[in-house]
Ligand binder design. Sequence first.
Ligand SMILES: [Zn+2]
Length: 187
Amino acid sequence: MKVIDGKLDAAHWLPSPNFGPRPDNADVSLLVIHNISLPPGQFGGGHVQAFFSNQLDPSLHPYFEEIHQLQVSAHLLIERDGSITQFVDLRDRAWHAGVSCYEGRDNCNDYSIGIEMEGDDHTPFTDAQYTALAQASCAITQAFPAIGRRITGHEHIAPGRKTDPGPCFDWDRYHRQLDSASVQEVC
Ligand SMILES: [Zn+2]
């Protein structure tokens, strides 16, 4: 995979209206991993894509009634089969982190890229997701070298408020696969 003009070449492009400019567009220096599923705990169905496009139908599920007016996004979503959708140009500011702080610096959306893994806090992620995430992360860190190994979870930058990607996300495995992809240059 490669990042070309802010887009991951392997991703399906589904632009979200929920983004803006970064205060300093030269400063993309953090990668944030999340999980999401809609309704929570159910996979597939395309509701996350609809949510990030402000198209979620509130009549489909009681939970959708609560959230359908929120305006949020992430740069990338990795579904259970490893397929990747991109909603926001990586050079732009997506709305994924909310109130957050990494190493003493607030407002992580300003300087981070957000990747959603389709999943929840109770279900292991799939092999295809780890492979896609490692390759996407490899391509992203090549395109934005200031990220380096500044990679964190939403739960770590918004503790007490957020729990994702959660205890089922295997950080050791992810780092091993990312190191291996980076060394072999098989992003
Ligand atoms: Zn999150």
